[in-house]
Structure formats: C-alpha cells, structure tokens
Design a protein around this ligand. Structure first.
Ligand code: ZN
Length: 470
C-alpha cells in the first residue's frame, strides 16, 4: 500500500512534467506514506560529478518523490524535516560482494547500515535464513540494507548440476554463484541451466575453464578482480587436478615464470590481453581489492593489523586463531609471505588497467565471513580509499558502489532502483558533512545519518545500534 501511494505521487510528478519539483497538491501530507524532507542540502546525486547547493529532497514511503531548489519544493505540513545545512546528500553505498554470516557480536545488517551501506549482495547462502532476512528487510519488518543473495555456492561438478541450478532459482535466490573447481563440462552445464531458467551467473574464473571460456559462456559477472591474476600465468588447464592441488600448481608455475627474463613485458602483455577480452565483453568485475591489501598487512605488519579499532567486532574465535598464527591467510601463505606482497602489486596493476579500459567495476569487499578479518561495513571505506589511490577520482570510486552497482542489479532483476538521487528511486541516502566528491573519507568520518528504503537513522542512533564493549 505504501509503495502504491508513493508510485501514485511519482506518476503525478511525471504527468505534471515539472522536472521533479513538486507543488503542494502533488505531495499529499495526509497520505499513509510518511514524508521526510532533507532541506537545504548540497546534492551529490551521482548523475554528474557536480554537487548542487541549496536543494531539498522529499521522501514518501521508501521513494524519492521530489527534488529541487530550496523555496521551490514545498515541504508538506507533518513531514519530518531534516536540516541539511552544511551537509551533502549522496546515494547509499552498495557492497556487491559480502557473506551474510550470523557470527558477529552485533547484528551484521546493522554493521553495514552504520557504515553507510544500504545494499548488499550475498555471495553464498550457507544458511537459507538469508532469504528470510532479504524478504523481511524488503517488507520493512527487519532493519538493514536491501539484500540480494546467491544460493549456496556451486564449488565443483556434482551430479545433476542443471537440476541443482534450476532448484536454486526456483527457491527464489537472486543469482547463482559458480566457483573455481568446476570442469569445462560442469561449467557449461551450469551456464546452460542458468540461461534456460533466465538466471544470472556470478563466478570465479574456474581454473580448467579460463577467462576466454567464461566470456564465451556468457557468465554475467566476475566475483573478484584478483581472479584475473590467474590469467597472467601460463599453466595447463587440462591438468585434471583435485581441489587442493590447483593453487599450489599455479603458484609453482608462476614462480618458474618469474625466473625467466622479460617477465615484466610478459606480465604487461598478459594484463593487456585479459583486460581487452573483458572490456570487449562488458562483464562487470567486483573489486574486493582491500582483502589483498589486508593479507599483506596481516602477514608482514601484524601490529598494524591488530591496531585496527574495528577489530573489536571480530568474533573472539578469529582473534584467538590470529594470535596462535592459525588464521586462514596465515596458514595459506606460510613461507610465501613475499608472494603475498607481489600478488597485491599485480592486483593493483589489474585494477588500474581495468579502470583505464572502462571495464565496469563494482564496489565489493568480501566482508562478513568471520574467518578472514574483515568486519562488515567498515571495509567499504578501505576499499574506496584503495580505488582513489589507484587512479579513480572520488566520483568514479563512488560510482562503483552506486551507479554501477544499480546497473548490475538491473541486469539481474530488471530494476534500476538505486544508486542515484532521482525521483522514483528507492530512498537510500547518506547525509555527509564534507563533500565526498572532494574526499571519500568524509563518508566514513563525517556520516551524519543514513536513510535505508525511506527509514532515517541519524548518527547518534547509528552508533548506538552497533555499540559493543568486548
Ligand atoms: Zn567472497
């Protein structure tokens, strides 16, 4: 009902043709949808890289219903008025690669909200309760960012892969997540079933398939930028290895190639080739670069890692493992610490090359598993910082978590529903003190409040929401 009223209001605005500026009779103050007005904000609508001063934005229900200069937008009586003077209003951010695990000392969805994340895409439904969370948030009975979720990750070939994929989509999962250990036959079978069921596929680049195979099969998205690093090593994709054997094999090949002369030219050539292939196919790639940075920090500068205040939220079991040196990455890279630093350098080279080639990048951090040292929500600010440090302007970096994110969700669901401040979009908004187009760190340091699907959480409330004393 709320949604219907908001849509009627929106329709009225379109019919009047007044460019999103409402007059009094178009925004019924007595409608069931509560109206909120952000008055006198600097508008960072993410339609252009220009910030517009002295704007008012009206929200009815979960929708943006009017935008215009202060004085030209009538604020209906009874509306909740938020004084925007001295603040910027920007779209909420999406973390397009998360793991919604219920292992955190405060609700994981609150950790995202308190950091300005109003959309999350869950990459592996280990627990089907994620579907209930998604639906409860969308019905307004649970606090949190809008959720999209994969079914349980498909790690390797299993009997009747096509039926498994169809069943996941039938259960209402938003997309299918494909992993590294699928064979070419298994991968093709899964992709055929995804196509037949009008599903959407996000995946790793399976070792036996490779980037060309992934592009040829029409996989919709690549789950991590670092997946492309496997394209920079020459190895036998038909090697028929077991699950634990691929990475050591490829690392061995990489170490052998590093000894050869002309390795820099070879690397540049292979990066160009991979990026050109992806650019031609227009396949978006989730960034998840911060995790590679953090791996290096954990291995080579553990004191700096331990000094991160957000680690207060890490599950105690994780901290105990880290102290004992048995944490996931400590084990994975034991004896190969230098390789971790080299790996990060290559990831950054790929990031810059993908950005230069105009490949759509999606802001994603891999936060939420509880086992990798990535506290949900906080990581979004680190990820943005790395993008800025590697050639993206603040506007471009914010696009990865707003405009590009919404375009990817549109490709998945048909609905381009967030990511800009425009009439008709879902009211996912951040009120930020400093101008985020000048410094993305303002989003972290000067967040004054978050609106998620029309519900407003001012800053004191956000801090209270995640207050925790370990
Ligand atoms: Zn992940």
């Amino acid at each position: 009902m709320r949604r219907v009223l908001a849509l009627v209001t929106i329709l009225g605005l379109f019919v009047s043709g007044c460019g999103g500026v409402a007059t009094e009779d178009q925004v019924p103050a007595t409608s069931e949808a509560p109206v909120t007005a952000f008055v006198d904000v600097v508008l960072v609508a993410m339609i252009t890289d220009v910030a517009l001063p002295s704007q008012t934005v009206l929200i009815a229900g979960d929708r943006i219903v009017a935008i215009g200069p202060v004085g030209e937008v009538d604020v209906p009586s009874g509306a909740t008025v938020i004084d925007g003077r001295g603040a910027h209003l920007m779209p909420g951010l999406a973390d397009m690669h998360v793991h919604l695990e219920d292992v955190w000392p405060v609700p994981i969805l609150d950790l995202f909200l308190a950091n300005g994340v109003t959309t999350v895409r869950n990459m592996n439904a280990q627990d089907p309760q994620v579907l209930a969370w998604r639906d409860a948030v969308s019905e307004g009975t649970r606090r949190g960012p809008t959720i999209f979720t994969a079914g349980p990750t498909i790690y390797e070939d299993v009997a009747d892969l096509g039926a498994l994929v169809a069943d996941q989509l039938d259960q209402g999962y938003d997309f299918v997540k494909l992993y590294s250990y699928l064979s070419p036959e298994g991968f093709d079978e899964a992709m055929a079933a995804i196509r037949a069921n009008e599903g959407y596929a996000i995946g790793h680049v399976p070792y036996a398939v490779g980037l060309d195979g992934v592009i040829a099969a029409g996989m919709d998205e690549i789950a991590h930028l670092e997946e492309l690093s496997f394209e920079l090593v020459e190895f036998d994709r038909a090697a028929e290895l077991g699950i634990g054997e691929w990475v050591p094999y490829i690392l061995e090949r990489a170490e052998a190639e590093l000894q050869s002369s002309g390795v820099d030219e070879l690397l540049a050539e292979r990066i160009d080739r991979a990026v050109a292939a992806l650019g031609g196919a227009d396949i978006p790639v989730a960034t998840t670069v911060f995790i590679s940075d953090l791996i290096v920090e954990k291995l080579l500068r553990p004191d700096a890692f331990l000094a991160r205040p957000e680690l207060a939220y890490m599950p105690t079991a994780y901290m105990a493992e880290f102290e004992a040196g048995t944490e996931t990455h400590q084990v994975q890279f034991a004896g190969h610490e230098d390789i971790s630093a080299l790996r990060y350098t290559v990831v950054l080279m790929l990031l810059r090359a993908l950005h230069d080639a105009g490949v759509p990048l999606l802001l994603g951090t891999d936060a939420g598993t509880g086992s990798l040292g990535l506290p949900p929500g906080f990581t979004i600010h680190d990820e943005l910082g790395i993008l800025i440090g590697n050639g993206l302007t603040p506007y471009e970096a914010i696009q990865t978590g707003t405009v590009h994110a919404s375009a990817a969700i549109e490709a998945m669901t048909g609905d381009d529903d967030f990511g800009t401040i425009e009439v008709g979009k879902r009211a996912d908004l951040l009120l930020v003190g400093g101008n985020p187009l000048e410094d993305v760190a303002h989003i972290d340091e000067q967040l004054r409040g978050v609106m998620a699907a029309g519900v407003w959480y001012p800053e004191p409330e956000l801090s209270e929401m995640i207050a925790y004393d370990p």
